[in-house]
Write a protein that binds this ligand. Structure first.
Ligand code: ADP
Length: 441
């Protein structure tokens, strides 16, 4: 791989930070406690800005604003088009369903795609006439504040979308336990997802949708186009520094093409350009923070200790910031930690298999079920695998295709519910049955 000198000498971008307060009821305000916390530059670990740190009291203020905006309007009454069904029923009744907004939605997002996660969350919630309290990830508070300010500039009524920066335990948890919140949508780790369901159950049984972790298989069949498979397996894992819940993080390759595939995977990794993301031509920037950086390096050490073959990489890049070399392990076995845990970094693990039944069994032998890649030229194999894999997305001869119309979400411990497209609307709508006798009694 190529590393750019910009790792040691970061570029100074001319980006002005416009907003660092909380956004409650259409106004930027300080945290009730007056507290702030630093947001850090992963290229250096230096402070970018201090940001207001919301806690339970700010969540209360934001939920009150969202509640008022929902109960008093105008937002829920402004939506031009929400539709239901007319249903046949026994007896002389006219039966119709109305689809109505759920109410106040609490939304908690992670740091890996701060704006994409923001869009996936607020889009369907607002389109279905709900009001929102969004808690951003503590690592990435700035972009949601800025974009929400643009929504208000465009005429969003006060209180419809409130943004609270802060930490999980002190701002996220009070939102999940709040008695006036009707629904929680969360993206993040499986462990936190479990806690959120518990908080929802113990408070007011608010409905919950979850998009959690993964350890997604990327299956390369013996008849696949190996060049294309190696390039897409590389993209599937290394995209966004490996910080993707649906990263193709178990590359399972048929034994007959295994050696050829490993060589090609290595060639892809060796061409990867690592450097300051503000520099043109860079493909891989730093990991988000020191914690993730150390965690990934620990997994790399564990891969070496457990006997996998380190083909390329394996260390940090440069001496500054949280850059990690594109890393590949071959001869990985299912019971190794690097084949089981979500590493969330630029570490590709390549495993060998013999036949389709075996690969299905192994691909499904995980608590997760988020996504899978299938590489084959055989239609029957593609159809067989796409039905046998217990995952929410199967990409055949492609990966990470994320059109807004395509539903995304997990089986098993990768989540509940689907985001994007028409399926996401059901997370934000109640169904009301309205029954009227056809004749007056
Ligand atoms: P990650 O490991 O990706 O940081 P987390 O699940 O810890 O995943 O974080 C994702 C989001 O969940 C962040 O916005 C974080 O602040 C929030 N969060 C973490 N812990 C809790 C919690 N106990 N209750 C509510 N939200 C939480």
């Amino acid at each position: 791989f190529t590393t750019f000198a910009s790792i040691e000498k970061p570029i100074n971008p001319s980006v002005k930070i416009e907003h660092n307060q909380l956004l409650i009821d259409g106004k930027f305000v300080d945290a009730a406690s007056g507290k702030t916390f630093p947001t850090l530059d992963p290229r250096t670990g230096n402070v970018i800005a201090q940001v207001a740190e919301g806690d339970a009291e700010d969540i209360n203020r934001a939920v009150s604003a969202a509640r008022k905006a929902f109960d008093e309007g105008p937002w829920p009454r402004m939506t031009p088009y929400i539709h239901g069904l007319t249903l046949p029923a026994d007896g002389s009744y006219h039966v119709q369903t109305l689809h109505e907004p759920v109410g106040v939605a609490g939304q908690i997002i992670p740091w890996n795609f701060p704006l994409v996660m923001y869009g996936w969350k607020i889009g369907p919630a607002l389109a279905c006439a709900n009001t929102v309290v969004l808690k951003t990830a503590e690592q990435t508070p700035l972009s949601a504040l800025y974009v929400t300010s643009l929504l208000y500039e465009a005429g969003l009524p006060p209180g419809v979308l409130n943004v609270v920066s802060g930490f999980g335990a002190s701002a996220g948890a009070p939102l999940c336990s709040h008695m006036d919140v009707d629904k929680i949508a969360f993206t993040g780790s499986t462990e936190t997802g479990q806690r959120i369901l518990e908080m929802a159950a113990k408070s007011n049984l608010k409905s919950v949708t979850l998009e959690l972790g993964g350890k997604s298989p990327f299956i390369v069949c013996e008849d696949a186009d190996i060049d294309q498979a190696a390039e897409l397996a590389h993209f599937a894992l290394f995209f966004n520094q490996g910080q993707c819940c649906c990263a193709g993080s178990r590359t399972l390759v048929h034994e007959r093409v295994y050696d050829e595939f490993v060589e090609k995977a290595k060639a892809c990794a060796s061409k990867r350009v690592v450097g300051d993301p503000f520099q043109k031509g860079v493909q891989q920037g730093p990991q988000i923070d020191e914690k993730q950086f150390q965690k990934i390096l620990k997994y790399i050490r564990s891969g070496v200790e457990s006997g996998a073959t380190l083909e390329i990489g394996g260390d940090r890049c440069g001496s500054k910031g949280y850059y990690i070399q594109p890393t590949i392990f071959s001869n990985v076995k299912d019971n190794m930690l690097i084949a089981q845990d979500e590493i969330f970094g630029p570490v590709q693990t390549i495993l060998k298999y013999k036949d389709l039944d075996e690969v299905v069994r192994r691909a499904n032998a995980t608590q997760y079920g988020l996504a899978a890649g299938v590489f084959t030229q055989n239609l029957a194999t593609a159809n067989f695998l796409s039905r046998a894999l217990r995952v929410g997305s199967v990409w055949i001869n492609c990966y990470d295709v994320f059109d807004a119309a395509i539903p995304f979400g997990g089986y098993k411990m990768s989540g509940q519910g689907r985001e994007k497209g028409i399926y996401s609307l059901s997370n934000y709508l109640q169904i009301k049955a309205v029954v009227t006798p056809l004749k007056n009694p």
